[in-house]
Design a protein around this ligand. Structure first.
Ligand SMILES: Cc1cc2nc3c(=O)[nH]c(=O)nc-3n(C[C@H](O)[C@H](O)[C@H](O)COP(=O)(O)O)c2cc1C
Length: 351
């Protein structure tokens, strides 16, 4: 079956799930406009995710895409964590604050979250996608038996092959240009950093699943280009960050509108996993850090969020996770439904 029929959408456009930034309101507006609206539940628990699904369903009867994080659960390393807190201490001190005394694994991976699985099986969203890895065969079978369409994110041919072996329905080809967390399964392995163009072609040629191109796609011309490369749809994140329904804070929105958008950086310092952010004070700090000194995801994120909160209390937004892709300067602020309509028009005009 063709991807759009499988997803029950009219346009080959997926609003990326963005934990902490996308909202049920955004997803409903996007789905009602004929594309696929998504929520990211990687930063909440089963109850929080269920509330988001309910909020979506109060606004739309169309397809909903729910994204979960499938990272290997974090390994605590108290010595490394206290060295990391010592390194951040002077930054906290600038805001008259002290770092937390201990760091916690603030989010649970879907691979170890039975409540999230049970909730998804009960709610049956149209689509569930995996980022950072693949859950067990039992979990995949349970989701599939519930009639849920499954997507998985790959940054390389090896990851895509593992997703095909796990029998997902389609693969999100996430290029190095992409904003937010890079979906690499193993953040400590060598990363060949394939761009969206090369990765999309590679996965179209070498796998038998529909490919969804993601990374640096900001307008209808970009979506049309991805389709010409053989992708069945495009997934856009950064393009939706400045939408009215987004949860991005004032600092993130202002940076996206400014010259800061011209520079994005892949950093591990904010969360413990490589992620692309607008260049800011946190990415500058990350430049001088050995990646092996950063605690595991999401333990490092506990410190990162505390530093951001300390800065924000003093009016400094530069320690936020200002996730954005290389196309950031092309971002346009408007209601999500208007953006989908515009993307659809541009796609036709440039085809
Ligand atoms: C603010 C932000 C948050 C993101 N959060 C998630 C997430 O929770 N789950 C996920 O699979 N991908 C997440 N991503 C990555 C997107 O799925 C997608 O790969 C990326 O946005 C594509 O690149 P683009 O931002 O250049 O469009 C996020 C991206 C951004 C910009």
């Amino acid at each position: 079956m063709k991807l759009l029929e499988l997803l029950e959408i009219d346009a080959p456009i997926i609003q990326a799930p963005m934990a902490g930034v996308s909202t049920p309101e955004m997803a409903a507006a996007v789905s009602n406009a004929g594309a696929l609206g998504s929520i990211g539940v990687g930063a909440t628990n089963a109850a929080g995710a269920q509330q988001m699904i309910t909020a979506f369903r109060a606004r739309s009867r169309r397809s909903l895409h729910v994204n979960v994080f499938c990272h290997a659960p974090a390994r605590a390393d108290h010595a490394r964590e206290s060295r990391w807190l010592d390194l951040l201490r002077p930054q906290f001190a600038r805001f008259g604050a002290t770092p937390p005394t201990i760091l916690k694994e603030i989010y649970r991976s879907f691979v170890a979250d039975d409540d999230m699985l049970a909730m998804l099986l009960a709610e049956k969203p149209k689509v569930v996608s995996f980022h950072f890895g693949i859950p067990s065969r039992e979990r995949i079978t349970a989701l599939r038996d519930a009639g849920i369409v499954l997507l998985g994110s790959a940054t390389s041919l090896a990851e895509a092959r593992a997703l095909v072996a796990a029998d997902v329905d389609a693969i999100v080809a996430q290029g190095y240009e992409a904003g937010g967390h890079r979906g690499v399964f193993d953040p400590d392995a060598d990363d060949s950093r394939l761009g969206t163009f090369a990765l999309t072609r590679l996965l179209v040629r070498e796998t038998d699943r529909p490919v969804i191109a993601a990374g640096g796609i900001m307008d209808g011309a970009g979506i049309a280009a991805a389709l010409r490369l053989g992708a069945s749809a495009a997934q856009l994140g950064t393009a939706f960050v400045a939408c009215d329904e987004s949860q991005a804070d004032a600092g993130h929105r202002a940076a996206l509108k400014s010259d800061a958008a011209l520079h994005t950086v892949m950093t591990r310092a904010i969360s413990g996993r490589p992620a692309r952010s607008l260049a800011n004070r946190f990415t500058a700090l990350g430049r001088d850090v050995d990646p092996r000194d950063v605690p595991d995801y999401p333990i490092a994120y506990d410190a990162g969020k505390a530093l951001h909160a300390a800065g924000r209390a003093q009016g400094e937004f530069g320690f936020g996770a200002q996730w954005a892709g290389q196309g950031a300067p092309l971002s346009r602020a408007m209601p999500a439904a208007d953006l989908v309509a515009l993307l659809r028009r541009e796609m036709v005009e440039t085809w």
